[in-house]
Design a protein around this ligand. Structure first.
Ligand SMILES: [Zn+2]
Length: 988
């Protein structure tokens, strides 16, 4: 259940009105080495390798200004998108202006000569059902958006101006610098960034790698920063180092015409892409141990080996081969041994490239307390495993196994969201030849054993940067990192570590070996022949006292895949009602996951994704993968679960207990806006308090016997709800269900016996405020939620909510973030607490206390938004409606996506599988006056309001000084007792 690849996070994901984490493959090309001719003309289009099931048309063209574009025509899409990647990133920051590349990325959103209004672009996009975002990494800056099809041309025009004539106006520069500073403040408590900075600082002084990427007021606030921004843009933003992707429903020729019309105006400065000559790591600074104190209470060992630059070998993938083995979690694996010896709990491994000179092979291990004390032993096992790989030599069958599954993955690759797709492709185009950009992550075709051996041989102590982090090091390490304030120490390896590397080769544990063959790689990928008259939506094909099975044979995606969703409702243990049982269940689940780990990992490698989680009143499974092996897997998985006895893992109980305690404690150290948001759904529903502290208190009373008792009873009496969709016939689905029920042998839990969880009903008479202090002394941000409860929506009022959310999203962001600069994380959301809708306004602020922010949010609603909605023209209203229409028309682009939507209907027991069709029929008739009236009622006159304030120590005093008219609760139990409850609409 953990990926073997470390997701590359070394980039900023800027919030532009919504939470979005960008994930892009960052392996870089080196065009200077001349391996690939980058000057590709459109006649080469036939060479773009695409998946066999992909019906879209792809074409690459090079514009007259040498800008390479990839055009994608998809007549089926409702959303269009575009991305532009520039071959410049934070490594080009001038040393006296750290963060400039990132700041420049922000500033391009702030108006251009042609469209000088600072919100013009964003407003246009969100009025037309779209989203925008951007990120800056060490090497690249990437801008991207999505938009309704009819608005693509207008969006491209506005977007292209970023690269032609940005304004960098004085007032915006001044204000947006604060947004960058807020972003920096937000990341101050983030351990990823803290370690990331230590790694960059450890590079040779004066090397280009030695950078601080985010920037803050200290590094950016100077008289001439605006001039420096202009200079930076002028110097690096040249069309010949940019890559553009345009995705639309229009014919390729139309897209090509727009690329020319709007993007040929970008100046070609014939720039050579940034290149690097000096290695930032050599014998003087490798072989070092850096200890540091993390914010979160968890102990990690991270080994970063500096190896040869892997990009040129992207077809033979020695990095993927090695990380597959080192990160393996099956039988004989490094992780299995570490867990058995109670030294570690998690391990991941993966290659990455953050400079075009070298690659990094990172192994990240979550340690137990014993593992921390004996970290030399952990390093020893890592090195023993590496020695084993050296001695056994590369194995062609393993290479073939990985390559076979990658090929299957690509052959049946379903479409993704255009928004993320264009962003990823534009990044990949900077790195890989155009013919391989679609398939690069799945490409593994040249087995080169000597190359694998060479890279394996480089995994040695003298190429290693090692990070060891634990809060137990607090006040012992002596140094303070300049930008993040991280306490750390740094030294060459001492004898205790160097001797490990000397001895590992002669001392390989017999418990370590290569993994077994993977029995889950599908042999058949047959797709059922298309039949006439298949039902459009899931149907109830099996129902008895204990079970509902909803089923739909796929006739749309035509891929050899199946999705199984299952919820097991239980009642016996009181789970869902009592905080103590919830705490026990957490430990039980962690032990169970360990029990199924080796079994599950093989399936995961064969692209069967299985998640198992605790739900509000039971357990939830989501399993998807190739149809050929999925039923075998499901039955095997249930057999494993039935055979699970916590007693077999008593020796891991202590460290599992610590792990759960740490995870709960770490919730208090997560971003304040995330805390208040997830707390909202806990506080606004019935039941004993499940707040973090309550669970922590309960944990201290738990014994191992409680876990055994829970395990014996948890699945004794159950009700099963299934949804099975995909490439299988009804009989096969029924068989899966019946076999599983035979295995579980549970007593019947009838529909009406399922535990009800009812949402809290707010009232109009008081504004309730749930307030707590953030305990982390260095936290400079406060988090605030202002929530307006609406009630249970019907199809029509749900549309009112969607329209209002579309209207308010951009002005909320523009006013409170861009203009008032209250913080970096600023969003408005439409929320659903067990069927009860509401509007949620969320801000994380490092500059103002919650009482101040709360007033600004309310003023925004009462004044700005009220004015906008009262004075709205019919024409504007129709545009917002058509934006909602685009969302409703948007097709599910993959089987899994469709199944999630259908599952939502099954779970809520509404089963309006054609909800969107019904809503489309209603939408046209909705009048502006109705929505105005609705807004007035629920957000101005008869409001039911609720707030959560998480107060930073820095805002404590201000918070007390600013008066608030809300009723403050410090205990959620008290709050719940004072309020009525809605019925549980999930179980009506
Ligand atoms: Zn940013």
């Amino acid at each position: 259940m953990f990926s073997s690849l470390i997701q590359d996070q070394s980039k900023y994901s800027c919030f532009r009105g919504e939470v979005k984490h960008v994930c892009v493959d960052l392996i870089k090309t080196d065009q200077k080495k001349g391996i690939f001719n980058n000057d590709i003309k459109s006649e080469q289009i036939k060479m773009i390798h695409k998946s066999t099931i992909d019906k879209r048309t792809f074409k690459s063209v090079t514009l007259s200004n040498s800008l390479l574009c990839l055009l994608i025509s998809d007549p089926e899409t409702e959303k269009s998108a575009a991305a532009l990647n520039v071959d410049v990133g934070s490594l080009e920051d001038p040393v006296d202006r750290m963060g400039l590349a990132h700041f420049c990325e922000h500033m391009l959103f702030m108006g251009t000569d042609k469209y000088p209004k600072e919100n013009e672009y964003q407003q246009y996009i969100s009025k037309n059902a779209g989203s925008t975002n951007a990120f800056t990494s060490e090497l690249n800056t990437n801008f991207f958006f999505s938009v309704g099809n009819q608005a693509l041309e207008g969006a491209l025009d506005r977007f292209a101006q970023f690269f032609i004539s940005p304004l960098f106006s004085d007032s915006c520069t001044e204000r947006e610098m604060k947004a960058v500073d807020s972003e920096y403040n937000m990341n101050l408590q983030n351990d990823f960034w803290r370690k990331f900075q230590l790694f960059h600082n450890a590079s040779l002084p004066g090397s280009q790698y030695n950078k601080f990427m985010i920037g803050n007021l200290k590094t950016l606030q100077f008289e001439d920063t605006r001039a420096r921004l202009q200079e930076f843009h002028k110097r690096y933003y040249s069309s010949n180092v940019m890559k553009l992707v345009i995705y639309g429903s229009q014919p390729i020729e139309t897209l090509e015409g727009w690329a020319q019309t709007y993007f040929e105006g970008i100046q070609n400065k014939n720039l050579a892409p940034p290149s690097y000559n000096v290695m930032p790591f050599d014998q003087t600074n490798m072989g070092q141990l850096i200890k540091y104190v993390p914010i979160k209470n968890q102990d990690h060992l991270e080994l970063i080996y500096i190896i040869d630059y892997l990009y040129p070998h992207y077809r033979s993938c020695p990095g993927k081969y090695l990380s597959h083995l080192i990160g393996h979690e099956g039988e004989n694996s490094l992780l299995s041994l570490l867990i058995k010896e109670d030294l570690a709990q998690e391990l991941s491994a993966g290659p990455s490239n953050t400079m075009k000179l070298f690659s990094e092979m990172t192994i990240r291990i979550k340690l137990t307390q014993k593992g921390l004390q004996q970290y030399q032993k952990v390093i020893q096992y890592v090195q023993e495993y590496i020695e084993l790989l050296k001695q056994k030599g590369p194995q062609e069958w393993i290479f073939k196994e990985i390559s076979a599954i990658k090929k299957l993955e690509f052959d049946f690759l379903e479409k993704g969201d255009p928004f993320n797709y264009v962003c990823t492709l534009a990044s990949r185009m900077q790195q890989y030849p155009i013919e391989d950009v679609l398939r690069q992550p799945y490409l593994m075709e040249q087995y080169q054993p000597e190359l694998i051996q060479k890279i394996t041989n480089q995994l040695t102590g003298d190429r290693l940067m090692m990070f060891l982090s634990s809060q137990t090091f607090s006040n012992q390490l002596g140094n303070k990192e300049e930008y993040f304030g991280t306490e750390y120490s740094q030294s060459k390896f001492l004898e205790d570590v160097t001797s490990v590397f000397k001895n590992a080769a002669n001392n390989i544990s017999p418990k370590l070996n290569l993994p077994p063959q993977n029995i889950y790689i599908p042999e058949h990928t047959n797709v059922l022949p298309l039949q006439n008259g298949l039902p459009l939506f899931p149907e109830l094909v099996l129902q008895n006292e204990q079970t509902d099975l909803w089923f739909k044979q796929d006739d749309r995606f035509q891929v050899p895949k199946t999705v199984i969703q299952l919820r097991i409702n239980t009642i016996e243990t009181g789970y869902g009602k009592l905080a103590k049982t919830e705490a026990i269940a957490k430990i039980w689940l962690a032990l169970l996951k360990n029990h199924v780990r080796e079994f599950n990992y093989l399936a995961e490698m064969a692209k069967i994704d299985a998640t198992l989680q605790l739900a509000a009143n039971g357990l939830e499974f989501s399993i998807s993968g190739f149809s050929d092996s999925i039923s075998r897997f499901v039955i095997g998985m249930f057999q494993k679960i039935i055979s699970f006895k916590p007693q077999d893992y008593q020796d891991l109980y202590e460290s599992t207990f610590v792990k759960i305690t740490q995870e709960l404690e770490n919730i208090k150290r997560s971003q304040p806006y995330q805390q208040v948001h997830s707390l909202m759904t806990v506080v606004l529903r019935e039941g004993s308090s499940f707040e973090t502290q309550e669970l922590l208190d309960q944990l201290t009373n738990i014994t191992f016997d409680d876990v055994i008792h829970f395990s014996n009873n948890f699945l004794k009496r159950c009700r099963f709800e299934w949804l099975i969709m995909g490439n299988l016939v009804k009989e096969e689905a029924i068989q899966i269900v019946q076999k599983s029920l035979d295995l579980f042998k549970a007593k019947t839990l009838r529909y009406e016996q399922v535990l009800q969880i009812r949402p809290v009903m707010l009232n109009e008479t008081e504004i309730c405020n749930y307030t707590y202090d953030l305990t982390e002394p260095t936290e400079t941000n406060s988090g605030i939620v202002v929530h307006y409860q609406i009630g249970k929506p019907d199809l029509r009022t749900q549309l009112y909510n969607e329209i209002l959310q579309t209207i308010m999203k951009t002005p909320f962001f523009s006013q409170l973030r861009t203009t008032e600069q209250l913080g970096y994380a600023v969003f408005s959301l439409l929320s659903d607490v067990r069927g009860i809708a509401g509007f949620t306004f969320l801000i994380q602020s490092n500059v103002k206390c919650p009482n101040y922010v709360q007033q600004r949010i309310r003023t925004f609603i009462k004044e700005n938004l009220n004015k906008q909605i009262t004075e709205m023209t019919e024409q504007d209203f129709e545009q917002f409606k058509s934006s909602v229409k685009v969302q409703l028309l948007e097709k599910d682009y993959s089987l899994i996506k469709e199944s999630v939507r259908m599952w939502n209907e099954v779970q809520k027991h509404q089963r309006l599988f054609d909800r969107r069709v019904q809503q489309l029929n209603i939408l046209d008739g909705i009048k502006l006056s109705e929505v105005q009236e609705y807004f007035k009622t629920h957000l101005i006159e008869k409001t039911k309001q609720f707030e959560i304030h998480a107060i930073s120590p820095t805002h404590k005093k201000d918070q007390e000084e600013i008066k608030s008219d809300s009723l403050v609760y410090n205990s959620s139990d008290k709050f719940k007792k004072r309020h009525g409850l809605y019925p549980d609409y999930f179980y009506q």
